[in-house]
Ligand binder design. Structure first.
Ligand code: SF4
Ligand code: SF4
Length: 238
């Protein structure tokens, strides 16, 4: 029995879609694995920071000034979030995000495109002048107080369970008062093992994105997830 052209075309579409879905699943698995490693380091490191009673980690429930910073994530991380949002059990979170996204985009304006273009041109150069220019752009962005579209009305992360690497790797000591622009820098606490785990994780995610034919550069979290969900109205990106 012969196949009609339409059958062959449908089979080809099905095949390509299946391959794409398999590749995305591999990227998600990689992102989950490296995130698990970072979490494992944090599980040991964070209790040690407070163990002598000399320091207190300020980051906690409802503390969200840092969510107005220019924070980015990779394609594999965004795919993990998108899959979580597509679970019917999280339909309310997805709906809140879709409703908030236009407002976040309007306040962000052209800044994500400008900042990401600057990072793409100069990010790895080590040029102090360009780094300073980036810092100025990042501070100007933070001054807008444009909270991430995943921040709920109580200042909590709506996708806490699957939040990207950057959101789970930065901790500040004593007070959140300096986590806003135009103050003294916050006292960020870290450890070589955490820095190494984070570096490795972001490197692996970039590699995984490239391997599935996607942009290896990270993008602003709401925009990266909107892309992963296939939502319309993307801001142009370099
Ligand atoms: S980084 Fe600053 S604003 Fe963000 S959770 Fe920690 S203390 Fe709060
Ligand atoms: S994903 Fe969550 S923790 Fe990260 S910036 Fe957005 S609201 Fe904040």
């Amino acid at each position: 029995m012969g196949f009609a052209c339409e059958d062959i075309a449908n089979a080809a579409v099905w095949y390509h879609r299946s391959v794409a879905e398999d590749l995305e699943e591999l990227a998600r698995r990689l992102a989950r694995a490296v995130t698990g490693h970072v979490d494992g380091v944090l599980k040991v490191f964070l209790p040690l920071v407070e163990s002598r009673g000399e320091h207190r980690i300020a980051c906690g429930d409802g503390c969200s000034a840092c969510c107005a910073n220019f924070v980015r994530c990779s394609v594999p991380e965004a795919l993990v979030v998108a899959e979580w949002l597509d679970d019917p059990a999280h339909a309310d979170v997805r709906a809140r995000f879709v409703a908030k996204l236009p407002g976040w985009r309007a306040r962000a304006g052209n800044d994500p495109t400008r900042i990401e273009a600057h990072l793409a041109r100069h990010g790895g150069s080590g040029d102090a002048v360009e780094w300073d220019a980036y810092q100025k752009m990042a501070v100007a962005y933070a001054r807008k107080q444009n909270l991430c579209a995943f921040n709920d009305d109580q200042g909590r992360c709506d996708i806490y369970e699957v939040r990207p690497l950057i959101c789970r790797s930065v901790y500040v000591l004593e007070t959140a008062d300096n986590c806003v622009p135009d103050r003294a820098p916050p006292q960020i606490v870290s450890h070589p093992a955490l820095e190494e785990a984070f570096r490795e994780a972001t490197h692996r995610c970039a590699e995984a994105a490239a391997r599935i034919g996607r942009d290896p550069e990270p993008h602003a979290i709401p925009e990266a997830v909107a892309r992963a969900l296939g939502l319309p109205g993307l801001t142009p990106m370099s």
